[in-house]
Design a protein around this ligand. Structure first.
Ligand code: NAD
Length: 436
């Protein structure tokens, strides 16, 4: 059993803290956000993540998972300190490092013996060294030793628990072989592949992996846009491409582009890292531009079918950046819905989970509905922005009856063209032929 403290109890900190406790470690999750910690102490989960409530409940009950706002005390009580605070996009597009640096300062101030400081947040190359300097500069006893490790996180919101418990690999970077070995040991119960490297390479692996996936998405979206113009079907194209084992079928679903808390900020951050290092990462910059433009595809299709949007009632299904999460960070809905309202349309939105978070982000004039049926009743068009299971399984014949006219603009390619044709629904999707 290892004694671990996780600083930052967000999506990553809470999920990894819960998973580390599940495999037999005593974990203290701490956060400066007292509201979050109060909720967790009462057994309530501040975020939506399938399966997380049971895992947290089980491990708090058996005393393996604790929550506190007393970050200093938590640091003193543990041997391994994980930093899992946010590294949001700053105004310049660079990663905002202030939370990581304040966590590092706190660790220095409370370093009461040898500890391994592990960075799980996504951070620019060189941050491990900066953390080392900040801890060194702030430690009370100049003789106290510590090591810094980079162990980036690869979980996906919506399937975070299973991603963590069955991770593809654990990347462990440090210049201390002893520290790498202890962190590798910690991961042994996950029965995953351990990839050991140096600090800088581990930090780079995270950015390289995320921006590569973002590149795949922008690539297939560009192909989708060409497919529409030349009469090909991107779903078939992607399937045919994906059958090649060198390419693989994942991350080849055309749509309205990536969003969420990682890809947008990590692509910007790496472009900045490259610029600073004197390399113009043109490829990545065009991935970012392609993604920004892709969101507008929905608006173009709406204008193409409806003409002016003024006075039109638009049902928007799905607000979160992807299904099974309440995360609204950089969700395409945040670009598309304000534009619809600006053009004079009325928006009736439905999302099974993210509506609460969405209310804080979207203009007040959005009308939130309690069900798909309520949203589509009397609508002139139904726009799909998130492929929630509920959306994939909706009763299309009923939808057709409830709508003012049977018109769907689907940003996620949820339905087969043949099924829509059979139902007599006018259906516009991404990179496929429209059905009239
Ligand atoms: P988050 O915003 O959900 O959580 C961060 C938490 O850190 C917040 O609760 C905040 O209050 C807390 N915090 C900030 N400063 C603190 C401090 N000094 N002491 C204690 N707590 C502090 O962020 P997240 O989505 O969990 O992401 C964390 C990191 O992991 C980011 O670098 C992100 O890029 C990376 N990451 C995220 C995901 C994901 O899917 N969310 C996946 C992989 C990696």
């Amino acid at each position: 059993m290892k004694k671990i403290t996780v600083i930052g109890t967000g999506y990553v900190g809470l999920v990894s803290g819960a998973c580390f406790s599940e495999i037999g470690n005593r974990v203290i999750c701490c956060d400066v956000d007292a509201r979050k910690i109060d909720l967790l102490k009462k057994g309530e989960i501040p975020i939506y993540e399938p399966g997380l409530d049971q895992l947290v409940e089980k491990n708090t009950e058996r005393g393996m998972l604790l929550f506190t706002t007393e970050v200093g005390e938590a640091i003193e009580a543990s041997d391994i300190i994980y930093i899992a605070v946010g590294t949001p996009m700053s105004e310049t597009g660079e990663a905002d490092m202030r939370y990581v640096m304040s966590a590092a300062k706190k660790i220095g101030e409370h370093l009461n013996g040898y500890k391994i400081i592990v960075n799980k947040s996504t951070v620019p190359v060189g941050t491990g060294e900066l953390v080392r300097e900040v801890v060194q500069a702030n430690k009370r006893n100049p003789w106290t030793q510590f090591d810094v490790v980079s162990n980036p996180e690869f979980l996906r919101e919506g399937s975070a628990i299973s991603d963590c418990m069955n991770m593809d690999r654990a990347v462990i970077g440090s210049d201390s072989e002893a520290a790498r070995e202890i962190i590798a040991e910690l991961h042994a119960p996950f029965r995953t592949r351990i990839f050991k490297t140096d600090l800088e390479s581990a930090e780079m692996i995270k950015y390289a992996a995320n921006t590569f996936l973002a590149t795949k998405i922008s690539f297939i979206n560009a192909i989708a846009n060409i497919c529409e113009r030349v009469g090909a079907d991107v779903t078939d194209v992607a399937e045919g491409m994906g059958l090649d084992s060198r390419i693989g079928s994942k991350f080849l679903q055309a749509g309205i582009g990536y969003g969420g808390s990682c890809f947008p900020k990590d692509t910007y951050a790496l472009a900045h890292i490259a610029d600073k290092a004197g390399y113009d990462f043109e490829l990545l910059k065009s991935v970012i531009r392609t993604n920004q433009r892709q969101r507008l595809v929905v608006l173009d299709k709406l204008r193409g079918t409806l003409g002016s949007l003024a006075g039109k009632q638009i049902a928007v299904l799905g607000l979160a950046f992807k299904p099974d999460t309440d995360d609204m960070r950089y969700a395409p809905s945040l670009t598309i819905i304000p534009e619809l309202l600006k053009q004079g349309a009325g928006v009736r939105a439905y999302d099974p989970i993210a509506a609460v978070t969405a209310r804080r982000e979207l203009p007040e004039s959005v009308h939130y509905c309690d069900s798909i049926e309520q949203a589509v009743t009397g609508a002139d068009v139904c726009v799909i922005l998130t492929e929630w299971k509920e959306v994939l399984q909706m009763d299309m014949a009923r939808l057709k009856k409830l709508m003012n006219q049977p018109l769907i603009v689907d940003g996620r390619n949820c339905f087969s063209l043949a099924a829509m044709q059979e139902l007599g629904i006018q259906y516009h999707s991404v990179g496929r032929r429209p059905v009239h």
